[in-house]
Ligand binder design. Structure first.
Ligand SMILES: [Zn+2]
Ligand SMILES: [Zn+2]
Ligand SMILES: [Zn+2]
Length: 329
C-alpha cells in the first residue's frame, strides 16, 4: 500500500467492503439469533468474517469514523454467564409454584368469586361455581376481569404472576432488574469520512469515454417484454443507423462476484433482449459465475478498479458498433 496516512491502517479488504457498502447504501442491522443473541449476517458476508469477530471489526471501523453507529435495540443478558438464552417463567406469587393455568376470568359480585369462564358454564348458562347462583347480566352482577392465572398447587387466582427470568445455561432464575441490558447497534456508512478510502469505481468514466459514439443512460430503466421495468447500471445505444443496444451492470463483492449476480442479471437481460449484455465484476468473478455467464452469453469483465475495464469495454463496444455500421451497408 502506498498511503502513509491514517487510512493506511485500513486493509484493502476493508476498503473494498466499505466501497461495496457505500455503493449499495447498506445499513448493517443486527438480526436476533437464538444462539448468539444477535448477529450481522450482511456484514459477515461483506467482510468474510465469522460472527465472533464481526462486531469488533464494525466497532473499530466506527471508531475510525468510517461507520456511524446507531443504537437500535437492547438485549437482555444473564448477569452470571452473559448468555442470551433466557426464558421468561411465570410463578405463583403465593406459593412460588410454576404450575399455573391461564384463562379468561369472571368475577361474581355477590360472593366475590373469581374463576375461569368455563367454570361458570353449566349447559347453556352461567352459574357461579361458589354460591351456585345463576348469573344475570354482564356488568350488573358479574364482569369479565380479563386474563387471570390460577395456581394448580395452592388454588389461588391472580392477575399478575411473578415473573422470573430463567437462564438455561446457569440453570438459575433471576428477577428482571438483575439482568444486564446490552445495547445493540446498527452500522451505516459515514459518507463523508469514507471518501478517502473508497476504491475508485467511478462509473462516470463511461459517459466521458463513450458519449461521442454512444448514447449513454446511467442508471437506465429499461422496460422488458414482460412490461416490467428493469434497472441497469448503464444502457448504451450506438449512434449508428441501427442503434445497437448494450446493457451493463456493475456488481461488487469483497472477494468474488458469485453466480447469484449472474442469475439476477440474466433474468433482466432475458426480458429486455439487448444486442449485448455486459456484467462487470469488481474485483472478480468466481469460476462458477464465469461459466454460467458464458452459458447465458453474457460478457464478463473484471477488475479491481472500474477504470481498468474501460479498455476491454471499449473493445466489446467496438465489436457491436461495427455491426451497426455494416448493417447499414
Ligand atoms: Zn400457588
Ligand atoms: Zn357467587
Ligand atoms: Zn446464565
Amino acid at each position: 500500500m502506498e498511503e502513509s496516512f491514517p487510512s493506511s491502517m485500513i486493509s484493502d479488504t476493508d476498503k473494498l467492503a466499505l466501497t461495496v457498502l457505500f455503493e449499495k447504501r447498506l445499513n448493517l442491522v443486527p438480526v436476533f439469533d437464538d444462539e448468539l443473541g444477535y448477529k450481522y449476517p450482511e456484514a459477515e458476508a461483506l467482510f468474510e468474517m465469522p460472527h465472533r469477530k464481526i462486531l469488533e471489526k464494525l466497532n473499530s471501523l466506527s471508531k475510525m469514523g468510517y461507520l456511524n453507529k446507531n443504537l437500535c435495540a437492547t438485549i437482555l443478558k444473564c448477569p452470571k454467564c452473559n448468555d442470551y438464552k433466557l426464558r421468561l417463567r411465570l410463578q405463583c406469587p403465593y406459593c412460588c409454584s410454576f404450575r399455573l393455568a391461564k384463562g379468561v376470568s369472571m368475577k361474581h359480585y355477590p360472593c366475590g368469586y373469581v374463576g375461569f369462564e368455563e367454570e361458570f358454564l353449566e349447559q347453556n348458562r352461567y352459574v357461579c361455581p361458589k354460591c351456585h347462583t345463576p348469573l344475570e347480566k354482564l356488568g350488573i352482577d358479574h364482569m369479565k376481569v380479563g386474563t387471570w392465572y390460577r395456581c394448580v398447587d395452592c388454588g389461588k387466582t391472580f392477575g399478575e404472576p411473578k415473573e422470573l427470568i430463567y437462564c438455561s445455561v446457569c440453570d438459575k432464575g433471576f428477577e428482571r432488574e438483575e439482568l444486564v441490558l446490552e445495547p445493540i447497534y446498527s452500522f451505516a456508512i459515514n459518507e463523508e469520512n469514507v471518501q478517502e478510502v473508497l476504491l475508485d469505481i467511478d462509473l462516470s468514466a463511461i459517459k466521458k469515454v463513450f458519449s461521442d459514439r454512444w448514447v449513454v443512460e446511467m442508471p437506465a430503466k429499461v422496460v422488458g417484454e414482460s412490461e416490467v421495468p428493469h434497472l441497469f447500471t448503464a444502457a448504451l445505444t450506438s449512434k449508428g443507423p441501427v442503434g445497437k443496444r448494450v446493457l451493463m451492470d456493475v456488481d461488487y463483492a469483497t472477494t468474488h462476484v458469485t453466480t447469484d449476480a449472474v442469475m439476477r442479471f440474466f433474468a433482466k437481460v432475458a426480458d429486455v433482449k439487448p444486442d449485448m449484455a455486459i456484467l462487470v465484476g469488481i474485483p472478480k468473478f468466481d469460476e462458477g459465475a464465469k461459466k454460467l455467464a458464458e452459458t447465458y452469453r453474457i460478457k464478463v469483465l473484471e477488475a479491481k478498479r472500474f477504470v481498468h475495464v474501460l479498455d476491454r469495454l471499449d473493445k466489446c463496444l467496438n465489436e457491436i458498433s461495427r455491426e451497426d455500421v455494416m448493417g447499414d451497408e
